[in-house]
Design a protein around this ligand. Structure first.
Ligand code: ATP
Length: 241
């Protein structure tokens, strides 16, 4: 096979993914691609398959059919740690930090697996000054917002090529949500490729280059935020706006 052109190869490509939980199908023939530097908003109501899709990207659930390619490399059957090493960082819903380890230890662990790049401990602490003040606190002593910051900071410290954020603002007070959006905007300015799952339609459409909407495991819309806004029926039906 001829070498792919780096400029035209999507950073991530899903080809006709079917994912099941037991006998129950959760994703139906999902095909999409994410270009380098893009910010994607993945939206849809509860239980439509958003988390399943990103879990399929990182190997936490295996598709029964279809492929996932990272920069042209087939990672469909690759172990999760391999996919992480290849630069895909997943911040799960519920955050997934180490509760009994300190902030510094949580970030230190990420640093040991890090690819070289701009995100270092000082840079992450600059992005999240609250974490700098709580370096010795245990994960479970942090507020929900601080835990979320730690989870994002930890993902950044690996200098990922693709950052997957699942419901990063869910359950947070309005001021903290705004702080998380501010950091996501800052991360975007660094050119990092990011996929954001979030139900805050106004915030996602303000930041994303492209929106993808899932309904019952199928893509019903892919396009720019202005193209979505031109379809108020669709927004009403699938996003409750
Ligand atoms: P939410 O916004 O509530 O997180 P979602 O769009 O991320 O929803 P998923 O969590 O991917 O949706 O769920 C898609 C479908 O798969 C749902 O019907 C859900 O009940 C089912 N599902 C999810 N996880 C599992 C699991 N571990 N075992 C069985 N079924 C599951």
């Amino acid at each position: 096979m001829p070498p792919a052109s780096p400029a035209s190869t999507p950073l991530l490509e899903a080809r006709a993914l079917d994912t099941y939980y037991g006998q129950r199908q959760a994703l139906y023939g999902i095909s999409l691609s994410i270009a380098k530097g893009e910010t994607i908003g993945l939206m849809g109501r509860n239980g439509m398959g958003k988390t399943t899709l990103v879990r399929t990207f990182v190997g936490l659930v295996r598709p029964r059919a279809g492929q996932v390619l990272l920069d042209g490399e087939d990672i469909t059957k690759a172990p999760t740690h391999f996919i992480a090493r290849r630069g895909v960082a997943y911040v799960p819903e519920g955050r997934g930090i180490f509760a009994t380890l300190s902030v510094a230890e949580n970030l230190g662990i990420a640093g040991t697996a890090a690819a070289p790049g701009p995100w270092t401990l000082p840079r992450v602490l600059e992005l999240f000054p609250r974490l700098a003040q709580r370096l010795q606190h245990r994960g479970d002593q942090l507020s929900g917002g601080e835990q979320q910051m730690l989870a994002i900071g930890r993902a950044l410290m690996t200098n990922p090529r693709l950052l997957l954020l699942d419901e990063a603002t869910e359950g947070l007070a309005p001021l903290l949500r705004e702080e998380i959006w501010r950091t996501i905007r800052l991360i975007r300015t660094t050119g990092m490729t990011t996929l954001i799952i979030d139900k805050t339609v106004a915030a996602v459409t303000a930041i994303a280059d492209r929106i993808i909407i899932l309904v019952k495991g199928e893509i019903v819309f892919q396009g720019r935020p202005d193209q979505l806004k031109a379809q108020p029926d669709l927004m009403h039906r699938h996003l409750g706006v």
